[in-house]
Design a protein around this ligand. Structure first.
Ligand code: FAD
Ligand code: DLZ
Ligand code: SF4
Length: 509
């Protein structure tokens, strides 16, 4: 019996569910580079190059194991440039008895997959993606009957289920969460360790040339491409993080610094999401580093919480709530995304830093995404769909299952509070506390009105005024609304007017 096993670009895992029962003598693995996937949003060229190169390396690894691979390149002349078109073409030519595919990471692809059987005239089995700690059924069971789906509750359940960082049924160190220790700002003098970079090999170089030629109009640069594109190199990069950065990861997890795109972050999300690494091996290695005395508990727990907590939780929310999830707009935000999101050309230094780095690296760390570009879009009332599309295309790690809940839910509160118990809106004060951006800025973070005032300040208060009816009932907002009630009418009015003027032309700032 011959099976055609379709492996998508973010399924580059040798133990993938659709490769488990592979019979080398009879089966064929199908992998396709298609225009539709590269352009349904105009992905960052580094993201396309990373995925194409990782796909080509993965196909080569399969072939080395004696597997027959039908690998369709972007330039192949009969390429129909869609998943469905390429599957049907392969079915026509190879006449398999059935097709196996692992479920995709995006709802739009799952919907399309539902029509493959009929379109291609062959049985198609869609297998669960078991590269996560929590299956979608387990998540749905956990969510069943709960009024509030809080990450912290889910995370504790995961720790109990797996025994990770647990001792005699209790959390190691006596606490579940060391987040309070993980909010330090950087000292005046600090040293960031150099990071491992992977030199492009011949396969990557060929892909870089292709992407440069085909996707030159996309936001972002291909210059200085350092990503790993094989599992071995991705593992080496992760080990480099464990040795050089994990120690400080916790303390400075929320910090930001001028011209420092990476600080102590792991830079592994693109490898994890493409399947080169698995969450289990990363969590186990981090726990081992703690046991060996290589890293403190606040760092290791913080790291594990991101992977075993947040990453699994947002995936659960995405599949539980789609497709309606993407359509909500609780705050009725409707302003367009400013042009400077595509250029980084703004005098607001924090935004310029985060956006230019995104353009160069297809990477920004969590606090830059949440509290700079996300916070701005939130307080400026930008349409969620435009913001979500931006996040989906600019980051090398962006796939909708993880991007959408983080952007639509966590950053924009467009889901009305599924992911966060209150909007992550903040004035410039937060950015000033967590970074040295403000000392390099044209604007004065201490000012809320006047020509020099930091736009985050008046936009923040305008946001609170604009959404007062919706938000003031939220217990976690009561302090800020009582502070607002004590402010003079004049001050509020001046800030609201200044915010209006700003919002009429944000690109002038
Ligand atoms: P580290 O800071 O070193 O964290 C370790 C790992 O934990 C990450 O690699 C990632 O796998 C996981 N992780 C951390 N936070 C989250 C989170 N909130 N959700 C899911 N996983 C998390 N992450 C993506 O992988 N893809 C996205 O498209 C994406 N979009 C985001 C959009 C917004 C608006 C925000 C606020 C966050 C987004 N995140 C996304 C989460 C997070 O910003 C990135 O995972 C992280 O910055 C990746 O860098 P790192 O590997 O150095 O992470
Ligand atoms: C993101 C992406 C891109 C740019 N190109 C391809 C491709 O040519 N072939 C492929 O199999 N996958 C690609 N991907 C990843 C897919 O978009 C991803 O697999 C789906 O969104 C499902 O998560
Ligand atoms: Fe950003 Fe305001 Fe600080 Fe400038 S002053 S860096 S705009 S927070």
């Amino acid at each position: 019996m011959s099976v055609l096993r379709f492996v998508l670009g973010d399924q580059l895992t040798h133990s993938l569910s659709s490769l488990k029962s592979l019979d080398k003598d009879n089966d064929t693995v199908l992998m396709v580079e298609v225009q539709e996937e590269a352009t349904y949003v105009k992905h960052h060229p580094k993201k396309i190059a990373f995925l194409f190169s990782a796909m080509r390396h993965f196909a080569e690894e399969l072939e080395e194991k004696g597997v027959t691979v039908r690998y369709i390149r972007l330039t192949d002349k009969d390429n129909t440039h869609s998943f469905r078109g390429e599957l049907c073409r392969a079915v026509d030519e190879l006449q398999p008895e059935r097709v196996e595919v692992c479920e995709p990471g995006e709802y739009r692809v799952l919907e399309d997959m539902g029509g493959w059987e009929e379109a291609c005239g062959v049985p198609v089995s869609i297998l669960p993606d078991d590269r996560f700690y929590c299956s979608l059924e387990e998540f749905a069971d956990w969510a069943e009957g709960r009024k509030l789906l809080r990450m912290e509750h889910f995370y504790r359940q995961m720790r109990k289920n797996t025994g990770v960082l647990m001792e005699g049924g209790k959390p190691v160190g006596g606490k579940w969460n060391y987040d309070k220790q993980n909010r330090k700002s950087l000292p005046k003098q600090f040293q960031v360790p150099p990071r491992m970079e992977c030199e492009p090999d011949a396969i990557t170089q060929e892909v870089l040339d292709l992407v440069a030629e085909r996707f030159e109009s996309h936001f972002g640069t291909l210059d200085h491409f350092w990503f790993a594109t094989t599992r071995d190199d991705a593992l080496a990069c992760f080990e480099d993080f464990i040795t050089r950065c994990l120690n400080s990861f916790g303390d400075y997890q929320d910090a930001m610094a001028q011209d420092q795109p990476f600080l102590y972050h792991s830079l592994i999300s693109m490898y994890l999401n493409a399947g080169l690494l698995t969450p289990h091996e990363l969590v186990e290695r981090a726990e081992e580093a703690h046991q060996a005395g290589q890293a403190p508990l606040n760092a290791v727990e913080g790291f594990i919480r991101q992977i075993m907590g947040w990453r699994e939780y947002v995936r659960g929310i995405y599949w539980l709530k789609m497709p309606d999830y993407a359509e909500t707009n609780t705050l009725e935000a409707s302003r367009p995304l400013p042009e400077f999101y595509w250029t980084g050309e703004t005098r607001m230094n924090c935004l310029s830093q985060a956006i230019k780095q995104t353009h160069d690296e297809a990477y920004a760390h969590h606090i830059q995404r949440l509290m700079v570009t996300g916070n701005f879009a939130l307080v400026a009332g930008v349409t969620p769909k435009e913001v979500c599309e931006w996040y989906l295309l600019v980051y090398a790690d962006a796939f909708e299952w993880v991007e959408l809940p983080n952007t639509h839910g966590m950053a924009l509160y467009a889901d009305g509070g599924f992911l966060g118990s209150k909007p992550y809106a903040a004035s410039g004060k937060y950015i000033d506390r967590m970074s040295n951006y403000c000392s390099h800025c044209t604007y004065d973070v201490k000012e809320s009105t006047g020509e020099k005032a930091c736009p985050f300040n008046y936009l923040y208060w305008k946001f609170l005024m604009e959404n007062q009816e919706r938000l003031q009932g939220n217990q976690r907002m009561s302090l800020i609304y009582s502070q607002m009630a004590r402010m003079s009418e004049d001050k509020l009015k001046t800030m609201a007017e200044q915010a209006e003027a700003f919002l009429a032309d944000p690109d002038a700032y």
